[in-house]
Design a binder for this molecule. Structure first.
Ligand code: FE2
Ligand code: FE2
Length: 135
């Protein structure tokens, strides 16, 4: 049977900050929508629109998180900023490909999105979670 959701949010993904958690859940929702839209096909403009939304939301979330970490004096901010910078650039490039992306690139895109976000939330964002809780 086909999975109904591509990435399933779990309580263990919580970084202990309600706004950040909500944003992470929205990112995952948009990726899931994009995944479903891709599978269904035949919806001109829909993939483009979702890719742009994911690109914009990714930038908005990462920038919000950066400001929060800066305001809280997070010591490992430079390394975290670099991870975000690379992701923003990569996501912008994927969004530019738009509808025209072939099957192979679409598969890579979904593998990449799942791997990046799960790793980033569970490993990288979790590092500041402990720090923010101590404050
Ligand atoms: Fe994050
Ligand atoms: Fe992050």
């Amino acid at each position: 049977m086909e999975p109904t959701v591509f990435i399933q949010w779990k309580p263990s993904y919580s970084v202990g900050h309600s706004l950040i958690d909500r944003q992470h859940r929205i990112v995952i929702e948009v990726i899931n929508e994009l995944y479903l839209a891709r599978r269904r096909g035949h919806q001109p403009g829909r993939l483009d629109a979702l890719l742009k939304r994911l690109d914009q939301y990714t930038k908005a979330h990462l920038s919000f998180e950066e400001r929060l970490l800066l305001e809280n004096g997070y010591p490992d901010l430079p390394a975290h900023l670099e991870l975000h910078r690379v992701m923003k650039a990569r996501m912008a490039g994927l969004a530019r490909l738009g509808e025209a992306m072939g099957e192979e690139i679409a598969e890579e895109l979904f593998d990449f999105l799942k791997a990046w976000w799960l790793h980033h939330i569970l490993e990288e964002d979790m590092k500041y979670s402990e720090y923010l809780m101590k404050e």
